[in-house]
Design a protein. Structure first.
Length: 107
């Protein structure tokens, strides 16, 4: 994804913040339940997946968020995968780990 763009720019937004509020769950409650930082929760809600730590951590954080809010885990993971191109935790779609590392170094 080009720098400065978020998943919401590429795919329709999930409106996770609105869903969470309608479910009556605060960010503070999710922070307490999951031990995730506000920064990561806000990144998830706005589909700024590049601000998450990466790999299996992203998948775990997304699952925890969805579970805490009652959001469909599979729908959130599908959005993440389509937005980032990461289909297997820690490995870019159609590539090897070193190709991902090289692409980060080359930028």
């Amino acid at each position: 994804m080009p720098k400065g763009r978020t998943a919401s720019d590429v795919l329709p937004g999930l409106e996770l913040g609105k869903f969470r509020q309608n479910a009556g769950v605060s960010l503070e409650e999710i922070m307490e339940r999951t031990k995730l930082s506000r920064r990561f929760l806000e990144a998830i809600e706005t589909a700024r997946y590049g601000e998450l730590p990466g790999g299996v951590f992203d998948i775990n954080y997304l699952r925890q968020y969805a579970t805490a809010t009652g959001y469909d885990v599979n729908a959130l993971l599908e959005h993440y995968r389509r937005s980032t191109g990461v289909w297997n935790a820690g490995e870019p779609a159609g590539g090897r780990w070193w190709e991902r590392v090289w692409s980060l170094v080359a930028d």
